[in-house]
Design a binder for this molecule. Structure first.
Ligand SMILES: Nc1ncnc2c1ncn2[C@@H]1O[C@H](COP(=O)(O)OP(=O)(O)OP(=O)(O)O)[C@@H](O)[C@H]1O
Length: 256
């Protein structure tokens, strides 16, 4: 347990009398890339908020590895972060610089080193050419990369992405997942990505965490696809759809 990056033990969350997460326990290990999946309202965002320390009240325990518990170590890309407002005046470099503010004490000035970090992350995410463009004028995929750069500019050890590709078309979505896979593989960033899209996510992530207010499944995608327990939970056809796609391509919505 001590060696885990993160240990969640018996986490229960209620909004008023409504219990939305019930006794969730799992650990996240170094190098993990986890798809957090489940139907609408199953508690995915709530779980991520609990991990991020954004919930004032919960039962259970959330423990980070002691070396991680110092400073700002989680990058977060929230749900529906893409701006559709073309008049929004902020430039890409300004949006990304916001990611550096959390670690700064007053007065919050940017140093030459900060500007180097902004340039480095824009380069890493292949959007250096967009640096001086207004975010409202970018495509959905470009905007997501900019927001990913904001989440990554502090070099976090862990990245939490909530439905990062829901507004993107299939090709851009695949490119985005490939980018995240590279951050996990090459830069060692631990990733938790929330999605409805079990098929796409399962292709890239190393583990699946399936929520339905309780923890239904936690393990590898292959195991998820071949588990008898999951066949009983979903039914054979639904499991087949999640795992091997569907001829009409409608395999990615999981609303039940
Ligand atoms: N601030 C809140 N106050 C009251 N209820 C809430 C609040 N946030 C979420 N809920 C409820 O908690 C449940 C879980 O919501 P949550 O957003 O965590 O689910 P989700 O799996 O992320 O859903 P989706 O896939 O639709 O984004 C839902 O029934 C939701 O209506």
């Amino acid at each position: 347990m001590v060696d885990s990056i993160l240990a969640v033990q018996n986490l229960t969350v209620r909004y008023g009398k409504h219990e939305v997460l019930s006794k969730i326990s799992f650990t996240v290990e170094a190098g993990d890339y986890i798809g957090v999946v489940g139907p609408n309202g199953s508690g995915k965002t709530t779980l991520m908020k609990a991990v991020l320390g954004l919930l004032p009240l919960y039962e259970g325990k959330i423990t980070f590895h002691p070396q991680l518990a110092e400073g700002h170590f989680i990058g977060y890309l929230p749900q529906k972060a893409v701006s559709s407002d073309r008049l929004f005046p902020a430039k890409v470099k300004e949006i990304v610089s916001i990611g550096l503010l959390a670690n700064k004490k007053e007065p919050k000035f940017f140093s030459a080193r900060d500007y180097e970090r902004i340039d480095a992350i824009l380069e890493r995410l292949k959007i250096a050419d967009l640096k001086d463009k207004k975010i409202g004028n970018l495509s959905g995929g470009q905007q997501q990369r900019v927001l990913l750069a904001r989440a990554m500019v502090n070099s976090p050890q862990m990245l939490i992405l909530d439905e990062p590709t829901s507004a993107l078309d299939p090709q851009i979505r695949e490119e985005f997942y490939e980018l995240i896979e590279g951050l996990n593989r090459d830069d060692g960033v631990v990733v938790m990505v929330v999605s409805h899209d079990v098929g796409s996510v399962g292709k890239y992530t190393k583990k699946m965490l399936y929520l339905d207010r309780r923890l239904v499944f936690y393990g590898g995608y292959d195991e998820f696809c071949h588990s008898q327990e999951m066949t009983e939970y979903f039914g054979f056809l639904a499991q087949h759809q999640f795992c091997w796609g569907h001829a009409d391509g409608k395999h990615d919505q999981l609303d039940r």
